[in-house]
Design a protein around this ligand. Sequence first.
Ligand code: GLY
Length: 439
Amino acid sequence: MVQGYCIDVFLAAIKLLPYAVPYKFILFGDGHKNPNYAELVNMITSNVFDAAVGDIAIVTNRTKIVDFTQPYAESGLVIVAPVKKLRSNAWAFLRPFTPLMWGVTAAFFLTVGVVVWILEHRINDEFRGPPKKQIITILWFSFSTMFFSHRENTVSTLGRLVLIIWLFVVLIINSSYTASLTSILTVQQLSSPVKGIDSLITSNEPIGYQIGSFAENYLIEELNVAKSRLIALGSPEAYRTALEKGTVAAVVDERPYVEIFLSDYCRFQIVGQEFTKSGWGFAFPRDSPLAIDMSTAILTLSENGDLQKIHDKWLNKRGCGSQSSQNQSDQLQLQSFWGLFLICGIACLLALIIYLCLMLRQFSQHYTDSSEPSRHGSSRSARLQKFLSFADEREEIWKSESKRKRMEMLSRANERELESMDGSKRVADICHEKYNVDT
Ligand code: GLY
């Protein structure tokens, strides 16, 4: 008696052929050890078998020597690794963000606080005072925006612009943090040191694979994994023992086998994504018309739902293995937010540049208007100091000083005009007297 999932698919498909095909199953392998699938395929080319019916993955090396039917089952390599439950602890609130995300968020809170302080300092009494008080104001203002509870009013247009953009960023960050923290605290978290194929390759840990499977070749030839790291395992029990004892860090195998394995062993999980896409098909000699007719039959089985029924009969084992773990999916990465930070950073930078340009213009106007001779000959550092104290001055003081200077200059100009008018009158009188003497 030969039976199983692949045999049922084969029998259902062959019944759909418009002609009778006599067949006889010949077992391959000793019934205990996993046979080599590549060898099985080779035996078709060497005419030992007329065809191969089984869970044979359709891979390039094999399609070069035999013809496959359409795949009757989806397959693909996945990684299975031991996982442990992450208990919620006092620091669970830090888990929604990666350390980098926390760092950049804190840096932006401070940056926005400093930028708003610069923009408001000259015109807003709430951002003035002794240096210590101003530092506290910056810190308090920036971190209170986290809860939209800042009490300092922003009065400058640029300050308001920066703040409104920043509050939008804070809104998104807050809601993402809340959603992620909720899922961390409510959904069972599973963690594994292996996060996916990349971390597995770079870890240099031993990797298990199914004896006889194409996975061995794929790992060596496509992923450049050293052969010495690969450990052949022959049964689900061998997988369990190797994973439990740490003989292998993870096992790489096709998804259908892994799903059956996980339905019995709940302490392991699929980690990362499926990293190859393939399927299982029946192999026939090159140019065999049976490969085409069986493909048509398999498609018919797929369309009428019989293929799914056979799959459910043999492979739909219920268990804990159906939940695949996405260890990293709950952590919010900087990648998801850099756009927001970029917008906010550009807004801060533009506001500062505009503000600096306006101040430089005011400063040069102020000192061009100034008539004090000592100011013209001042050194670069003295000029910088003057600029800094000008930047620190309240704008109204500067405006009233400018106004006072303009008034002074105006009155001085008037005086000079009067004096010159006086002078010309005296000259006119002298001329008049001289004229009288002459005549
Ligand atoms: N399903 C294992 C292989 O085809 O190599």
